[in-house]
Design a binder for this molecule. Structure first.
Ligand SMILES: [Zn+2]
Length: 100
């Protein structure tokens, strides 16, 4: 199906008024088919590129958390070994290469 088109089934979904069923839906209910299997929400119009992009302006990666290392004070990520001194939880965990 092309984007932005609606199903061409006549009568399914029925009236827009709540509690009022179309004749087709009523006949399906009489046959033991539950209405939520028949009436499915379908967008009436496609959203424009602008509208989609405006919505997605709030989608972004979270900022990387940084905190001061308890030993050397340089910024490090929480629950990670300090990249400057190689310490984590008060012990030397990795050997940090000297600057060349
Ligand atoms: Zn450190």
């Amino acid at each position: 199906m092309r984007a932005g088109t609606r199903p061409a089934v006549e009568g399914v979904g029925g009236s827009r008024r709540p509690g009022v069923m179309s004749a087709l839906v009523r006949s399906l209910v009489d046959d033991g088919i539950r209405t939520h299997e028949v009436e499915m929400a379908v967008p009436k119009r496609r959203h424009s590129k602008t509208r989609k992009r405006k919505r997605r302006t709030h989608h972004k990666a979270p900022a990387i958390a940084l905190q001061a290392c308890a030993r050397c004070g340089d910024p490090k990520r929480p629950h990670h070994v300090c990249p400057t001194c190689g310490y984590y939880a008060g012990r030397q965990r990795v050997t940090v290469a000297e600057d060349v």
